[in-house]
Design a protein around this ligand. Structure first.
Ligand SMILES: *Cc1c(COP(=O)(O)O)cnc(C)c1O
Length: 448
């Protein structure tokens, strides 16, 4: 296995930047009694991850590679714009995500549309714009037949296949099981023959897509999925007698280390493993698309939450904070699969000292299970202290869950020039008027 750690200094430097940002957020008033929860994004870290991704593939191939960031992992326009500046595109899976990519200035040539439930109108829009589309199933391919016949499009079009290799350690995130809802299940009776025929009948079908990794999926299983797609492309091209499939979209899904500051596994390790397992993928005959999400953003996000009350119940200390299910739905509902690291800071934003005491870190929502951690050993938190919830840059604070009508927190990007930490608003805190509008405030009399 080639999952070497990055040099420890990468993680140590990220931890140092985070610590400085927490201190600065408290000192500059971004977090405080009137802003008891705030989310922070490490701009330097995001740039470094994007650069590491590009470098990892550039080191193993000269083929053109589009790294399309999976927008669902962090659907924030300034983040997409930052990634665009770092040379990345966008993988979108809904009209909303497509609009966000557009708002960030990501062009059609750098955008890929996947999603298991595209409507005819969405498909038409994508083809009008010339955005790459990956069809999920035979019915969608039939819709594309009609659209392509009606008017030719510049869109590269592919088909998503499911190699049915098995699950990772988290069922809800395992896309390559025998019964996964995604793509054409390649091992089902007659499916492979159907796919080869589908390409033979459609000269415009030039891409092949698979996305078999995710949190909890080991690298070798991901690489096997890519090999299955590569071998299928070779079979299709041999059957049609030309290089019809010219681009392989290998999906995303690099798992993230939620246990420490080290960024493992690395993109470089994954790219090297792919080169070992599927050498033909990189020999220049195929263009490549990747769709990484979580691994680009997760470790660069921190939620800072004020301890509103510190209490004790049945002998157990409990810190009641402002970060709970609204910013960490997965952790609250499936804590065994999604443990998060939590750091303790004092009221001035300095790392809290003191012996570790097992305590519950609770959120603000009105149900008993709204806990980010149970019995977590940390310096004993007191009223007015802060918790920092780490590794929350992907699928956490950008995925607000509206329980108890809790407002979306403000999100700020930070940089650390020599003169001190600077913050830029990525998203301002949600005003209460917005919550009323979202809750049908304009139709207050509708049910009378
Ligand atoms: C979610 C998703 C991704 C990104 O997955 P990560 O685990 O965030 O890297 C890529 N491609 C498709 C089709 C997806 O659904």
């Amino acid at each position: 296995m080639t999952t070497q750690a990055t040099s420890p200094t990468v993680g140590a430097a990220a931890a140092r930047r985070r610590e400085q940002a927490v201190r600065a957020a408290v000192e500059q008033g971004l977090a405080g009694p009137d802003a008891p929860i705030v989310a922070l994004l490490d701009t330097t870290g995001i740039r470094a991850s994007a650069a590491a991704l590009r470098a990892a593939f550039a080191a193993v191939t000269d083929a053109p590679v589009l790294h399309a960031f999976a927008v669902k992992a962090c659907p924030l326009v300034p983040v997409l714009r930052l990634l665009r500046a770092e040379g990345l595109g966008a993988e979108v899976a809904s009209p909303g995500e497509l609009a966000l990519a557009g708002a960030a200035g990501i062009g059609p040539a750098d955008t890929v549309l996947d999603s298991p439930a595209k409507t005819p109108a969405e498909l038409r829009e994508a083809l009008d714009l010339g955005i790459a589309v990956n069809a999920d199933n035979p019915q969608e391919l039939a819709r594309l037949d009609a659209l392509v016949e009606a008017s030719p499009s510049a869109s590269p079009i592919g088909l998503r296949v499911n190699p049915q290799l098995g699950a990772g350690s988290i069922d809800a995130l395992s896309t390559a099981t025998a019964t996964s809802k995604f793509g054409v299940a390649l091992l089902d009776d007659g499916a492979r023959e159907w796919v080869v025929r589908a390409y033979a009948e459609r000269p415009w079908l030039t891409r092949l897509h698979t996305h078999s990794g995710s949190q909890g999926v080991a690298l070798p299983l991901m690489a096997q999925g890519v090999r299955v797609a590569y071998e299928l492309a070779e079979e299709i091209n041999a059957a049609v007698g030309r290089r019809q499939v010219d681009t392989l979209d290998i999906g995303g899904g690099l798992p993230v280390n939620f246990g420490s500051d080290e960024e493992t596994p690395t993109y470089a390790a994954y790219a090297r493993l792919l080169k070992e397992e599927v050498p033909g993928l990189f020999d220049g005959r195929y263009g490549l698309v990747t769709e990484f999400g979580r691994s680009l953003l997760a470790k660069h996000g921190t939620v800072l939450a004020r301890v509103e009350y510190a209490k004790s119940s049945g002998g157990r200390p409990i810190a009641v904070t402002h970060a709970g299910v609204q910013i960490a739905a997965r952790t609250v509902y499936a804590p065994a699969s999604w443990p998060l690291r939590i750091e303790a800071y004092d009221a001035k934003g300095r790392p809290k000292k003191g012996p570790a005491v097992a305590q519950d870190i609770a959120g603000p929502a009105c149900f008993a299970g709204d806990l980010l951690a149970e019995n977590r050993p940390l310096p004993l938190l007191e009223q007015g202290d802060y918790t920092a919830v780490l590794d929350t840059g992907a699928y956490y604070f950008a995925h607000h869950y509206s329980y108890n009508s809790l407002a979306r927190p403000g999100i700020y990007g930070f940089t650390d020039p020599p003169e001190g930490v600077r913050f830029a608003p990525v998203r301002t805190p949600q005003p209460i008027e917005d919550l009323i509008a979202e809750a049908g405030g304009a139709h207050a009399d509708a049910l009378l």
